[in-house]
Design a protein around this ligand. Structure first.
Ligand code: ADP
Ligand code: MG
Length: 269
């Protein structure tokens, strides 16, 4: 990839949308890989008990693998959990295991239950031998304590929007939640980025959704759009991002372009 500007400080994105199947995990994995391919130092944190981001980045997340669960519910440092992704030398992943499914309940009785990921990530980032450029946190499809932990640990929210579904209603609910977090728990949090995904330009619905979202959020929506592409959906079963699996496919190229836009916007900020 061509050279991208490095951000002045680590940018921490939470990839959120309370609807399932809209492309959160796919976006987390492929933006992380695209930025790592351009030489950025990137950490992906898998907060979804399904562990799909861990699978797609080729890192181990068996039942007994030490994982983000042990960080959030136990007191394990992130450094014990983070694994190097086999894809790129500058890409790491903190895997999720199925134990995270119980974390929503276990967190309720813990002290500072909303801040646990933030505290662990802060300690990890400040002790890293070389600065990370990007962190992407993949959220489960619900607003519970895990997603709240992600919002509290992040500075930017990235919302993937599936262009196959009338998205604006669900979006206003999400934005209200982000406002609440900003007011009460994390004043730094902003919705910096919206990415249109699974776009099929032949359908009227996809064009209508894209136009609507751009009209309402002209600053946030990236110019790059992710097409609905078979290679994107095939890549995870090979334990790879589409960036590695088929780097010249339209899906890979669109994620590389989106990553470039994100990097350039951050440099200007
Ligand atoms: P979420 O994390 O929001 O639940 P995923 O990223 O897991 O959503 O995507 C849901 C499904 O859609 C997955 O099977 C994924 O492979 C597929 N998918 C995501 N983005 C695309 C795309 N641009 N083209 C084709 N399939 C996609
Ligand atoms: Mg997911």
């Amino acid at each position: 990839g061509s050279a991208l500007p490095r951000p002045r400080a680590t940018r921490v994105f939470t990839v959120a949308n309370q609807k399932g199947g809209v492309g959160k995990t796919t976006t987390t994995v492929n933006l992380a890989a695209a930025l790592a391919k351009a030489g950025m130092r990137v950490l992906a944190i898998d907060l979804d008990p399904q562990g799909n981001a861990s699978t797609a980045l080729g890192v181990e997340h068996r039942h007994d693998t030490i994982s983000v669960y042990d960080v959030i519910v136990g007191d394990a440092p992130l450094s014990d959990v983070v694994q190097k992704s086999p894809e790129f030398d500058t890409l790491w992943c903190a895997p999720a295991t199925i134990h995270l499914a119980g974390a929503e309940i276990e967190l309720v009785s813990l002290v500072a239950r909303e801040q646990r990921l933030r505290t662990a990530l802060g300690a990890y980032l400040s002790s890293a031998e070389e600065r990370f450029d990007y962190v992407f946190i993949d959220c489960p499809p619900s607003i519970g304590l895990l997603t709240i932990n992600a919002f509290v640990a992040a500075t930017e929210v990235l919302i993937p929007i599936q262009c196959e579904y009338y998205a604006l209603e669900g979006l206003s609910q999400l934005l209200r939640n982000v406002d609440l977090i900003e007011k009460h728990l994390n004043p730094q949090l902003t919705v910096s980025t919206i990415l249109l995904t699974m776009f099929d330009g032949r359908t009227r619905l996809a064009n209508d959704v894209a136009e609507d979202v751009r009209k309402h959020f002209p600053e946030q929506v990236l110019g790059s759009v992710i097409p609905r592409a078979v290679r994107i959906s095939e890549a995870p079963s090979h334990g790879q991002s589409v960036i590695t699996y088929d780097p010249n496919s339209p899906g890979a190229v669109s994620y590389l372009e989106a990553a470039g836009e994100i990097a350039k916007r951050g440099a200007a900020a």
